[in-house]
Design a protein around this ligand. Structure first.
Ligand code: ATP
Length: 235
């Protein structure tokens, strides 16, 4: 479904991505794990058209997208939940969700998806008239994920959904990521510093260090890999 071929990306003279190649099959959960500053967010931002790669190719559903604009990429079926959520704090929960569906015209489908996200996160239904900025961190993460789902993406990009959340909420968020993948047939590209939780729900994983992919394997193999355990699982 998605393939990155030899992506190089820079911020000015700083090279953030060095020859990144990876692929995601339809229906998979793939996780990219790595330390602070390794290049995880830059990888996601290059997929969704926010960072333009200097060279390399990004192929989505058979078409090169590395030169397309972010809105064209959303229209093709890729949606990102950025690090730090970035919901609209002054708008209500309902208005945030409506904005997620702004490219769509299928009223029936929008209504159905609204019911689906409320079934995933009943708290958002209770709070739907409340300004987004008054929600807790965990609820804002739920809203950011729901807003992305309202675009009905085929590929959902999640940037550190666990960041800054309490362990119980993190568990809930990861369970729901798995549920979205299984029930909604959404392919998921998950970037995480919380390698343990991410590898538990993923099919496969990639490890990124200093802008380079250094390891890739089935998620259960990475969980039992001694180097991964030492560097990322605190064992
Ligand atoms: P984190 O987990 O801390 O978000 P990350 O793995 O997502 O880290 P990136 O944010 O992709 O890493 O950063 C990769 C490299 O690019 C880092 O060295 C970072 O300092 C640098 N970088 C990121 N954004 C910018 C920017 N806007 N300008 C200059 N350098 C940047």
């Amino acid at each position: 479904m998605l393939e990155l071929r030899n992506i190089q990306a820079y911020y000015g003279s700083i090279q953030a991505l060095k020859d990144i190649s990876l692929n995601i099959e339809r229906g998979e959960i793939i996780t990219l794990i790595g330390a602070n500053g390794a290049g995880k967010s830059t990888t996601l931002m290059s997929v969704c058209g926010i960072v333009a790669p200097r060279s390399g190719e990004i192929i989505f559903k058979g078409e090169p997208i590395q030169s397309r604009s972010a809105d064209q990429i959303v229209a093709m079926g890729i949606c990102q939940v950025p690090e730090g959520r970035h919901i609209f704090p002054a708008l209500s929960v309902q208005e945030n969700l409506d904005l997620g569906a702004f490219l769509r015209t299928d009223r029936g489908g929008i209504k159905q998806d609204m019911e689906y996200v409320f079934s995933l996160f009943p708290i958002l239904k209770e709070r739907r008239h409340q300004p987004g900025g008054t929600l807790s961190g965990g609820e804002q993460q739920m809203l950011a994920m729901s807003r992305a789902l309202m675009a009905r993406p085929e590929l959902l990009l999640l940037d550190e959904p666990s960041m800054g959340l309490a362990p119980l909420i993190i568990q809930q968020i990861f369970n729901i990521i798995k549920k979205i993948n299984e029930e909604h047939n959404t392919t998921i590209f998950l970037v995480e510093q919380n390698a343990n939780q991410a590898l538990r729900i993923a099919n496969r994983g990639y490890v990124i260090e200093n802008g380079r992919i250094t390891l890739t394997d089935a998620a259960d193999k990475l969980l039992s890999n001694a180097e991964v355990q030492k560097a990322y699982l605190g064992m």
